[in-house]
Design a protein. Structure first.
Length: 127
């Protein structure tokens, strides 16, 4: 079973992969079905990794919109033919950069020592 640190690393990896392909811009995204599939797949991976994180870690980091990320994954997986590409692109352009920063901060906090679940935790604020 993968632990929280590995799941967080999975999230960062998927974000990096999306960033690499999405750097071609919105027009390329709109015109390239394979690029759309690539981005949607990696958003699904992000949602799955978030869903698999421990409840303790998610609760310790309430500023991260875990529920919305998991809900988006559910839509991408179960309503595939109803996916709104405008919303997908908005997530890529506006949501992923802040998620990347938040996940990096959580990983940094976890690396500082045991008992620290993230930048929002009481231990982190007092330590």
């Amino acid at each position: 079973m993968r632990d929280d640190r590995l799941r967080l690393a999975d999230i960062l990896d998927a974000i990096s992969r999306i960033e690499a392909k999405a750097s071609r811009g919105r027009d390329a995204f709109d015109q390239d079905e394979m690029l759309q599939v690539w981005v949607v797949h990696h958003l699904q991976l992000i949602g799955e990794a978030c869903r698999s994180l421990s409840e303790a870690l998610r609760n310790a980091n309430p500023r991260v919109p875990w529920a919305q990320i998991i809900a988006m994954r559910h839509i991408l997986v179960h309503d595939y033919f109803g996916i709104n590409l405008d919303l997908v692109w908005t997530a890529v352009e506006h949501d992923l950069p802040s998620l990347k920063e938040q996940v990096r901060a959580i990983l940094d906090a976890l690396a500082t020592g045991p008992g620290r679940s993230g930048p929002d935790s009481k231990d982190h604020k007092n330590g």
